[in-house]
Design a protein around this ligand. Structure first.
Ligand code: GAL
Length: 844
């Protein structure tokens, strides 16, 4: 076998080799996710403790009663939700110890190979053993890491791998999940091979006519002898299947003389004529194919995806991508996928990014940790810029058992792992060394971390998200950064623009707005009720502001790079304003008077036992259903997309003849609003006005129609109708067919409708779901942050008319899956999804 860079399927007895190239990643290896055994010890979901037996890493350990499962796996998402847990946990009992074991056999013919396991991420404090021998640890649960198996492998016989992860001493401000929640890969190489994350492709000179592409290749010699390694690289366009298309350049061969046990490096460059740029709407990529020969024999083939694009960050004229000004319209997002928890799933991520793209979002901030590699692959492919972030804390933790415990020993290794893994992705445009870290005024620490990143990648700027930007700038800590990341506070920007130290330093809104709302909830005389938040998009914590206010700030400082809104999606944990987490105090740590008031509030909240378990910050709810705010962002971020959105809904039985304010978001500039055919007036947006308001509409059932105009011409139209009573359940899937590979997911929205098929926006009917065919319901949800029904339940009430069911087909499944949803008194909904057996045709 000559390559570590081909995907191969592994089973216990048989390995089949399918040459395939993964997208945008250096990792072309075999998924090692199937057939693990799992046991939870230590803290259990109900708070009890199961003593951890000794020797679980030994070959002979007793596996009676262990659960069989496939990775990725997040043990905590199973719940149950527990009211006694702090808000930031998502009320999910994630603390505990998980042991994973896997039995596998490799053929004797592999005995001359090097074998490695690549973990994309394991939460947390992972320790790995093979056949009872300790291989190593990687504590930070968001880092990707490699363990070498070779010295302890037995070929032609069974091997036992054991992994222990523990979250018992891992605190987090948001839901971290628990377990081996990302993919694991088996990588097989010859002794002479491209090193782990061993290529680095840069484009030092780029014009429309030509791009200089520089390729650095690191080659490991793990053989016992000196070797002359030949390095040969060719560049190709990437075709629609993420495979090499047309060859565009051949790089000069290098020969490396490598002593045993050493690594050597080749650096070559070539010119690509008339390069196709990677851009937001046309994310073209290229593939480099590197072949390695050892003493003239081919020993490795390694693919690296990359893009050609230019990034310019200016202090006076914002950000330019390929020479064109691009305003950063970004969202911050945590890593969970709602009801699926932290377990990575590419279809779930793709759906999230599709929803964000449709809104006009062009950039993602991986708050506040290294993302799953799949996020970057999708960002490359779909055309998003990525702010790739390392940490939420450095030497001083926000929580007791935060990254502060790891900082001294691990920060350099974790930063290197992040940069080495991600630096070939064209989507990554800014590195971030932190978020609101307690040490943000520490100039030496800031410079130290920034320098590590620059040492590993001198081609991209380094930033840090400040919640004390004035402090960070005053003491000079921010001097070490290329870009000033500002969370929420721009008030003294003009002063900083005048300060010689920062006059040329671009500023970005690394976190903005933090508006909160619950989908479909509207309160008239207040913003908060029933542990929900009104959806007029006018509620936010003390440090936040409405989206409109933020747009005005952005317009005032038009020379800045743009913003990352907190957040695109709701996430598990941090249910502000019903959060009982004391780290909320951090947001006020520079203002002691507020700290005291907040302490009182938090102590009251703790006593109240808030039943809220997920955030209200999302522009989109936990299910992926857009809130009203989605359309406010869309109206501003996609000015050329004709749209108009009315809020609230028009089912107000108990408010007949009372006032129901109507707000309109449109990408037009003028709107006329009609109630039951009667005009309520035509309103024009004033400069920097982002919503039109009719605040004294007297409610009458019927029909509200908004007609939007742009430059005097009709632009878009929307209708809100008072619906009839709930009569039926309707189903809509985000796709009509899925792969039968046990991974691919379809997301099905259930709507409670009246007899005319119109969504009943207040409906809360309990819905019962059944799936027929070779698949399963993976999770259900309804976007209600106060629901304590486990995500695995097939019975759930609709929340304001909607519910979500996530379905997968079993590996090898064929034919149709049929979802049947029922609720007493409502017409049953039925939907069929076809699935394709892809096991023998596992091509992307
Ligand atoms: C920020 C913090 C985020 C989140 C947000 C909520 O200060 O960086 O992680 O907590 O507040 O508004």
């Amino acid at each position: 076998m000559h390559s570590n860079r081909n995907i191969f399927l592994v089973s216990v007895v048989l390995m089949s080799w399918l040459p395939l190239i993964t997208t945008g990643q250096n990792k072309q290896a075999a998924l090692f996710d199937a057939n693990w055994l799992f046991r939870r010890v230590g803290l259990q979901a109900d708070g009890s403790v199961v003593a951890e037996p000794t020797g679980l890493q030994e070959i002979s350990a007793d596996e009676t009663g262990w659960r069989k499962l496939d990775l990725p796996h997040d043990w905590a998402i199973e719940g149950p939700f527990r009211i006694d847990l702090a808000g930031e946990t998502g009320k999910l009992p994630y603390k505990g110890i998980g042991w994973y074991r896997k039995h596998f056999t490799l053929p004797r013919t592999d005995s001359a190979k090097q074998l490695f396991l690549d973990f994309d991420g394991a939460m947390a404090y992972a320790q790995v053993w093979l056949n009872g021998h300790y291989l190593g640890t990687w504590p930070y649960g968001y880092s990707s890491f490699r363990m070498e198996l070779t010295p302890f492998l037995q070929f032609g016989k069974e091997n036992v791998l054991a992994v222990r992860v523990s979250t018992e001493h891992w605190d987090s401000r948001w839901y971290s999940g628990a377990g081996i929640y990302r993919h694991v890969w088996l990588v097989k190489t010859n002794p002479v091979h491209v090193a782990h994350w061993g290529t680095f492709i840069t484009t030092p000179h780029v014009t429309r006519q030509k791009a200089v592409v520089q390729v650095q290749v690191k080659v490991d010699n793990q053989s016992g002898n000196p070797v002359l390694a030949g390095v040969h690289t060719e560049l190709f366009t990437m075709d629609n299947h993420n495979k090499p298309g047309v060859r565009v350049a051949t790089l000069k061969d290098s020969v490396l003389s490598i002593a045993p046990g050493k690594t050597a490096e080749a650096m070559v460059s070539a010119v690509v004529v008339n390069p196709q740029f990677w851009d937001l709407e046309s994310p073209h990529r290229y593939l480099a194919r590197t072949t390695i020969t050892a003493n003239k024999k081919l020993v490795d083939t390694y693919y690296t995806a990359f893009g050609i694009r230019t990034l310019q960050f200016t202090a006076r004229n914002g950000f330019l991508l390929n020479g064109r000004r691009v305003q950063i319209q970004g969202t911050c997002n945590h890593h969970d996928a709602g009801a699926l928890g932290a377990a990575i799933n590419t279809s779930a991520l793709r759906r999230q990014l599709t929803i964000l793209k449709e809104m006009g979002c062009n950039a993602l901030r991986t708050s506040h940790n290294p993302p799953a590699p799949e996020l970057l692959e999708l960002a490359d492919e779909m055309g998003f810029l990525v702010w790739d972030e390392a940490f939420d804390c450095w030497k001083h933790g926000k929580k007791k058992e935060d990254y502060n415990k790891l900082y001294d020993e691990w920060h350099e290794k974790d930063l290197e792992a992040l940069v080495h893994r991600d630096r070939n992705h064209p989507s990554v445009f800014i590195w971030s060394i932190g978020n609101e870290v307690m040490d943000q005024r520490d100039s030496a620490m800031t410079a130290h971390l920034a320098n590590i990143v620059k040492r590993e990648d001198p081609t991209r700027p380094v930033s840090n998200g400040y919640n004390d930007p004035d402090g960070g700038r005053e003491v000079g800590a921010a001097v070490a950064l290329d870009i000033m990341g500002v969370n929420y506070f721009f008030s003294r920007q003009p002063q900083w623009d005048a300060d010689a130290r920062y006059a040329n330093k671009p500023t970005i809104g690394s976190e903005t707005s933090s508006c909160i709302s619950s989908r479909g909830e509207y309160f008239f005389d207040k913003k908060y009720a029933n542990w929900q938040v009104s959806s007029y998009d006018n509620a936010y914590p003390g440090w936040g502001c409405s989206p409109d206010e933020q747009f005005r700030t952005n317009a005032k400082f038009a020379h800045l790079l743009g913003e990352f809104v907190w957040t695109g999606f709701d996430y598990l944990g941090e249910p502000t304003p019903y959060n009982s987490d004391e780290t909320n105090l951090l947001n006020f740590r520079n203002d002691p008077s507020m700290k005291e008031a907040l302490e009182q509030k938090l102590s009251a909240l703790r006593k109240s036992k808030a039943p809220a378990r997920s955030s209200y910050f999302g522009i989109v709810d936990l299910c992926g259903f857009p809130k009203d705010r989605y359309y406010l962002y869309q109206s501003h971020w996609r000015p050329n997309f004709p749209m108009v959105h009315i809020l609230p809904h028009w089912n107000w039985k108990n408010r007949i003849d009372s006032i129901v304010p109507v707000h309109i978001y449109t990408s037009g500039d003028e709107v006329e609003l009609f109630l039951n055919g009667q005009s309520l007036g035509r309103k024009k947006k004033a400069p920097q006005q982002y919503r039109l308001q009719w605040d004294s509409v007297v409610y009458k059932p019927g029909e509200l129609v908004a007609i939007a105009y742009k430059a005097g011409k009709q632009w878009a139209r929307e209708v809100r109708t008072t619906t009839g009573e709930a009569a039926a359940l309707q189903l809509q899937a985000n796709r009509s067919s899925i792969k039968g590979d046990g991974q691919d997911l379809v997301f099905i929205t259930i709507s409670v409708t009246d007899s005319k098929g119109r969504l009943v926006p207040t409906a809360r009917h309990t819905i019962n779901c059944r799936l027929q065919g070779e698949g399963e319901m993976v999770a259900t949800d309804n976007g209600d942050a106060t629901s304590f029904i486990p995500f695995s339940s097939s019975v759930r009430p609709a929340f304001n008319g909607l519910m979500l069911v996530v379905v997968k087909a079993h590996a090898g499944a064929r034919g149709k899956l049929k979802l049947i949803v029922e609720s007493p008194g409502l017409t049953t909904g039925v939907l069929e999804i076809s699935c394709a057996n892809t096991l023998n045709n596992n091509k992307k």
